[in-house]
Every structure is written in structure tokens, then in C-alpha cells.
Design a protein around this ligand. Structure first.
Ligand code: GLA
Length: 411
């Protein structure tokens, strides 16, 4: 959610709560942002995604009140709002509060009687950079209420409720990926999510060491997560995602059109997830060009996610990186959601020795790339990619090493 990329910690937010409201918060909750390793725009096509919850998060400190008012102070904006749980309305002026309002609205709609709260919120997930600060805000707020009101919703139900808040209250028609991984992410793991069944499988980023090969040197698969071996790096183009809402909805409509046309030949197809590569090759000629390109991306991207989820745990980072690069090209050429800045950043990364793969991550039209590299390559990456990017665009990028963290938790 927040404007800057500085790190925040627990003592800070407790102290700030005391300064704003007096007294101690009853709870402090952390919900992570995410970076998606592969599987872009597949979630709303009932497909597969492979995101990681990251060590950049939203922190919420809260205490219940005796009335039904919710007072929120957003430290990063230096702004406060108060609203009543008996009359939850959209806020046109302080739009950042619509995420919390939406969560409250749908919890109440489920028949859960919420207590009023005093809330302080702060974060180090950069806003509008495609690292899902909004999902982290929603999930942190829903979980805070769960902790303080004691109702029982599973983490999957919480994620679905937060998605609904974003779709129907905020008005962004997103899929389930961001809220899901913010709620259910696991430390040292990516999460392979089947966005139709909502089954998920943690995919280890720290593979167990393979046994030594007889007569040879011991084989150690690269380890991921900043703990020796390989690293996940996020590079922020600093270009904020402008067109994203309208283009996102257009892409959704084009995919739905693809499904409608393909159903004439393949009546069992409910979503692009149901179309195999072989079937696509057979029927792609029936689709108008733009729809054909969108469908091609989704159908091949689902394949890439499944192949990637097999390559990662055995430490086959060369294959995984290749899939990331193919994903970027497909998002650029077929799905057409990249932009000059993202292409420059990814292409600069591809030139760095030790980089396995690099691609745009998130919805597109700005935001970040995600790259996978040998740890020894991090400094070269920082130097070379930042220099190439700045030379081409005149913009200084932000580059972060990311660790895979747990989903929402109480601190
Ligand atoms: C945004 C949405 C997600 C997903 C991605 C693209 O982050 O919130 O649901 O569709 O874009 O993969």
C-alpha cells in the first residue's frame, strides 16, 4: 500500500499506535505482498499460478472500541478516516480506505457482527508496483478482525472474501491469486494454486541436497530464498500502472470470447484452462486475431506453470528460468500487457551472467520484473541492470532481494 520502500518493524507500529490512539494495541497483524514467479493472467481463466508471499508487508495495529466506529490512521499517507460499521460507504476522497471498508462490508454481510476498531496501518510494499499492496491491506484487515472478533473463517474463505471486497467494493475485477497467497503463503516456498478448485501445493524453494554422486563431486541443487545458491530479485521500473484497470477488463472479455468460440468445437470447455495445447493448435484458426493471441498466452502459460512447478523443487533453475523468459515474451507479444520499461528491464536482466530468467510480474503496464539468479550474480545484476535501465529511460529503478515468507500472521 505504502508510498516508500523503507522497512518497518513491530516496536515502531506499537509506538505509533500509542501516539495516535493512546494505550497499547490489542493485536498486531502482518500480511505480505507477493511476487508471482510464473502464471500471469491465468487466475481468472481458472488456471494455475505460482506466486511467493514476500518479506514486504502491511502491518496493522488495532484495538477494539466499545462503539461501531472504525478509525484508521494510515501512517504512510499521514491521513485518518472514521466510518461506521452500520453504514459502510465508498470513500471518494480517501480511496485507500475502501479496501478496509470493503472487507468490513462483506464480513458484516456474512452475518458477522464486528466490533469497532482503532487501527494504525503502515507498510513497505510499494504502491502500484504490482506487488499486491492492496491484497495485503485487505488480508491484514480481515485477519485483524478475525483475531479480535473470534469468528472462524478458513484462510481460503478469508482470501475469497477479500477478493470479493476488491471486486465488488473497490471495483477492481481481479482474480484470486494475490489475496490467496497473502493469506496462505509459506516461508521458503512458492504456492502452486489451482485457481479453479483452490487446491494448492507448497513448492519448496530450498530443495533437499541431492545425495552425492558416486565417484564425482557432491551435487548441490541451487537453494532459493536468499540463503545460499539462488535468489529472487524484484526490480521496480518505477512506472506506475496506468492503464491497468481498463486493459485488465478488456483482456478478461477477450478470454471469455475465446471460450465462447471454442465451445462451438469443444462443448466441454468452461474456461481456457480446459483447452489443451493440441486442441488450441487445431482450432486457433477459428478465433479472431486478438482473441487468438490472448488465448495462446493463457493456454501455454498454464503449461509453463505446471512445468515450472516440477523444475523448481529439483533445483532445475535453468529450465525454470527459460520458462520465465518465455512467459515474458508471451505477455509482451500475445497478451500485450508489457510496456517499454518492463521490456527494457527484463532484457537487461537477460544479459547478466548468472541470471536464470526474468519476466514482468503482476498485471503489467508498469510495475516490476521478477528475476531468478545465482546469488553471486546479485551485485552484477544491481549494477548492470540499473545502469542499462537508467540509460534507456532516465529513471533510477529500485531493486530488492526478496525472501519467501509466510502468509498473514499475528505478530
Ligand atoms: C493482478 C490481479 C491478479 C492477477 C494478476 C495477473 O495482480 O490482482 O488476480 O490476475 O494481476 O496475473
Amino acid at each position: 500500500m505504502m508510498r516508500n520502500s523503507r522497512r518497518v518493524g513491530l516496536p515502531d507500529i506499537r509506538q505509533r499506535f500509542a501516539e495516535v490512539f493512546g494505550g497499547e494495541p490489542a493485536t498486531v497483524v502482518r500480511a505480505p505482498g507477493r511476487v508471482n514467479l510464473i502464471g500471469e493472467h491465468t487466475d481468472y481463466n481458472d488456471g494455475y499460478v505460482l506466486p511467493v508471499a514476500i518479506d514486504r508487508s502491511i502491518l496493522v495495529a488495532a484495538a477494539p472500541r466499545d462503539d461501531r466506529q472504525v478509525a484508521i490512521h494510515a501512517l504512510d499517507f499521514g491521513e485518518s478516516v472514521t466510518f461506521s460499521l452500520d453504514d459502510i460507504e465508498h470513500d471518494q476522497a480517501r480511496t485507500w480506505s475502501n479496501y478496509q471498508r470493503g472487507v468490513a462490508y462483506f464480513l458484516e454481510e456474512r452475518g458477522i457482527k464486528l466490533p469497532g476498531l482503532n487501527v494504525v496501518v503502515i507498510g513497505d510494499v510499494p504502491i502500484g508496483s504490482g506487488l499486491s499492496s492492496s491484497a495485503a491491506v485487505e488480508v491484514s484487515m480481515a485477519y485483524t478482525w478475525q483475531v479480535l472478533a473470534g469468528f472462524k473463517l478458513s484462510r481460503v474463505e478469508l482470501a475469497l472474501l477479500c477478493q470479493r471486497a476488491e471486486n465488488e467494493f473497490v471495483g477492481m475485477n481481479c482474480g484470486i491469486m494475490d489475496q490467496f497467497v497473502s493469506a496462505l503463503g509459506q516461508r521458503h516456498h512458492a504456492l502452486l494454486i489451482d485457481c479453479r478448485s483452490l487446491h494448492y501445493q507448497p513448492v519448496p524453494l530450498l530443495p533437499p541436497l541431492a545425495p552425492p554422486r558416486l565417484g564425482g563431486t557432491p551435487r548441490c541443487p541451487p537453494r532459493l530464498g536468499g540463503m545460499g545458491g539462488a535468489a529472487i530479485i524484484v526490480a521496480d521500473t518505477m512506472k506506475r500502472r496506468g492503464l491497468v484497470d481498463s486493459e485488465y477488463n478488456t483482456r478478461r472479455r477477450e478470454c471469455e470470447e475465446g471460450v465462447r468460440i471454442l465451445q462451438r468445437y469443444l462443448p466441454q470447455v468452461q474456461a481456457l484452462r480446459d483447452v489443451s495445447v493440441t486442441q488450441f493448435v487445431e482450432y486457433e484458426g477459428q478465433l479472431p486475431e486478438n482473441v487468438r493471441k490472448r488465448c495462446r498466452h493463457i493456454i501455454y502459460e498454464n503449461e509453463r506453470v505446471l512445468r515450472g512447478a516440477t523444475a523448481l523443487p529439483v533445483g532445475d533453475l535453468d529450465s525454470f528460468g527459460q520458462l520465465m523468459n518465455e512467459s515474458h515474451a508471451s505477455l509482451r507479444d500475445d497478451y500485450e500487457v508489457s510496456c517499454a520499461e518492463l521490456d527494457i528491464m527484463a532484457e537487461a536482466a537477460w544479459q547478466v551472467k548468472g541470471v536464470y530468467g526474468s519476466r514482468m510480474t503482476g498485471a503489467g503496464f508498469g510495475g516490476c520484473t521478477v528475476s531468478l539468479m545465482a546469488e553471486e550474480a546479485i551485485e552484477d545484476f544491481r549494477g548492470q541492470v540499473a545502469a542499462a535501465y537508467e540509460k534507456a529511460t532516465g529513471i533510477v529503478p529500485q531493486i530488492y532481494v526478496c525472501r519467501a515468507e509466510d502468509g498473514v500472521s499475528k505478530l
